[in-house]
Design a protein. Structure first.
Length: 130
């Protein structure tokens, strides 16, 4: 069931199905790769996005097949299911690496919902995509 954020009133889709999830350790999410909104200058990260770890900084970054967000960003480690306001800087996240997610509610950063590639599904094989 979608809900609305308190800041920009954009609908947020919940991708989690059921109650059993395992999470990775908490790390900082690197806000430098997130584009600011053209009207407000705010930097929001919406949930249900596959993320990776930048091997140089040790921070979580958006997953990118072409490693666009640092070394290692082409290797997904989990799916971020938190809403973040990173306007003021990095925030801590604990991504899901095991559980059941609605694929139609997930997205690759910069693309439309429901576009999870087979490459992501193969690596994140402890997630059941429905």
């Amino acid at each position: 069931m979608p809900y609305l954020t308190s800041r920009d009133r954009r609908p947020i889709l919940n991708a989690r199905v059921g109650h059993h999830f395992d999470r990775l350790i908490s790390r900082w999410f690197d806000s430098s790769y997130i584009a600011a909104d053209g009207d407000t200058g705010q930097k929001y990260v919406y949930p249900n996005m596959p993320i990776a770890v930048d091997s140089a900084t040790g921070k979580y970054v958006p997953y990118s097949l072409g490693a666009s967000y640092g070394a290692g960003s082409d290797d997904p480690v989990g799916v971020m299911d938190e809403y973040l306001d990173v306007t003021q800087g990095d925030e801590g996240v604990t991504p899901v690496w095991h559980g059941k997610l609605l694929e139609a509610h997930c997205y690759i950063y910069g693309a439309a919902y429901g576009n999870i590639t087979d490459a992501v599904k193969t690596v994140l094989d402890d997630i059941t995509w429905v």
